[in-house]
Design a protein around this ligand. Structure first.
Ligand code: NPW
Ligand code: ATP
Ligand code: MG
Length: 397
């Protein structure tokens, strides 16, 4: 039986969930192995699944908890340095939306690693972004050059990697096979360096066909849209998307991929790390223009802001008081106070918190933009409202 369970689900290989949670999930997988592979009609003929409720997340409190105060003792970079790996001949908008959104939410520095063709175009959209034209597609590389070019790409990205608090892989990446192979190495490198990683767009196409790249990585978040989710479910669970038991299936999917956090985008956004399912259904916009998902992936800077806030508490309080046990106890109490002492395990996972905050802020900004522009609402309009959206929840002063 153990052979049919993903390597990353064994308790000794997973750091995210407690042993008890893993035991439960392993039990679920064992019991339900094959359930997902049955045809729709078989499923309808009596197979029961656990009804998994999705609690509406308290997104405002989450945002308030995560967002650090603007403090004069901080220096550039402390509020976040992120990188987007994406941008090719066809797509230049997606990486731009992701990277500029991170800046608008409060990150200090936002980098893009893209192909040479895309770089000049992206630079022309904004002087705020740091753009590295390092990726290559098959058409520009001879077969005999591939090994050396791919090593060069990894070294160009690798020398920056340690400096980033979070990387977003996939917006506008395209699906060129050589490019995909190079990005595989980047994803592995990020994992080795313990850098939080958000996988979106074509990054999801890559990992769906190579689940081991993220399996068991508690610092990974997948943000599939309807098509990307369908491909992921088919590949990981070997079945079709089950609308009826959607929450249960999302939880199972996360567990199957070793507890990675998944944000399933749609009319409501559903988030799970295999532990619980959270829902964000704040009113957004009825416009479905392209690029809104890219804003969301860029906003994952919020995940990293939480890490920064922990670091900040540590360094600030250690500076004045070396009694770090008291410091951490008071920080923990503060954390529990904010959440009313009722948080579940999943809500202490920074990746889940980042998903909730990112989703709620995007939907709020989309609602403001739609109020203003109606049918003409575009992604760039939504980006313009990110500041107002955050300001209403977390005033800057
Ligand atoms: N302004 C911009 O720059 C924007 C750029 N964007 C960027 O676009 C990329 C794709 O993201 P998306 O959201 O269109 O993907 P999705 O819903 O799975 O596909 C829809 C349909 O298209 C098809 N298909 C897609 N790519 C294909 C390919 N390379 N080659 C062949 N087929 C392909 C796909 O077919 P399928 O894979 O299902 O067979 C499905 O039928 C991604 O990098 C995203 O970031 C967006 O963020 C929007 C704003
Ligand atoms: N039917 C809907 N009603 C309200 N909001 C929605 C709906 N569908 C998606 N959204 C919101 O739009 C955001 C982007 O989701 P979408 O499914 O458009 O992503 P995407 O296809 O990856 O976008 P992109 O075009 O950037 O690739 C989601 O976070 C969600 O909050
Ligand atoms: Mg997308």
């Amino acid at each position: 039986m153990r052979g049919s369970i993903p390597f990353s689900c064994y308790p000794e290989n997973c750091t995210l969930a407690s042993a008890a949670v893993l035991r439960r999930n392993l039990f679920l997988i064992k019991c339900l192995d094959g359930f997902c592979c049955r045809s729709h009609s078989q499923r309808m003929q009596g197979t029961q699944s656990a009804a998994v409720p999705a609690a509406e997340a308290d997104a405002e409190k989450t945002i308030q908890m995560i967002t650090p105060a603007l403090d004069p003792i901080r220096y550039k970079g402390q509020a976040g340095k992120i990188a987007v790996i994406g941008g090719c001949r066809e797509y230049t908008g997606a990486p731009y939306f992701a990277a500029i959104s991170a800046l608008k939410i409060g990150a200090d520095l936002s980098h893009i690693f893209c192909t040479k063709d895309a770089a000049t175009v992206i630079k022309s959209y904004s002087p705020e972004l740091i753009v590295h034209p390092v990726l290559e597609e098959s058409y520009s590389v001879r077969d005999d050059e591939k090994a050396s070019v791919s090593a060069k790409v990894l070294s160009e990205v690798g020398k920056w990697m340690e400096r980033f608090d979070c990387i977003v892989v996939g917006p506008g990446l395209g699906r060129d096979p050589f490019l995909m192979d190079c990005v595989k190495d980047i994803v592995k490198h990020a994992r080795q360096a313990s850098i939080p990683i958000v996988i979106d767009g074509d990054g999801l196409f890559l990992i769906t066909n190579n689940l081991d790249l993220v399996s068991g990585n508690s610092l990974a978040v997948l943000t599939p849209n309807i098509n990307e989710y369908k491909r992921l479910v088919e590949k990981a669970l070997g079945c079709e998307v089950n609308e009826k038991d959607g929450n249960y299936q999302l939880q199972l999917l996360s567990t199957k991929i070793g507890g990675v956090t998944i944000l399933h985008k749609g009319k409501s956004d559903f988030i799970s790390d295999g532990e619980a399912v959270h829902c964000v259904s704040t009113f957004g916009s009825p416009r479905r223009c392209g690029g809104q998902g890219d804003i969301l992936s860029g906003r994952f800077v919020l995940i990293q802001l939480l890490h920064q806030q922990i670091f900040y508490y540590k360094s600030y309080l250690n500076y004045f008081d070396n009694n770090s046990v008291a410091v951490f106890s008071s920080w923990a109490r503060h954390h529990l106070l904010i959440t009313n002492g009722t948080i579940g395990k999943s809500l202490s996972n920074p990746m889940v918190l980042g998903c909730i905050a990112g989703s709620a802020l995007l939907r709020r900004a989309a609602a403001f933009a739609f109020q203003d522009k109606k049918r003409a609402t575009l992604t760039t309009d939504i980006i313009e409202f990110l500041g107002k959206s955050l300001e209403e929840i977390c005033p800057a002063d």
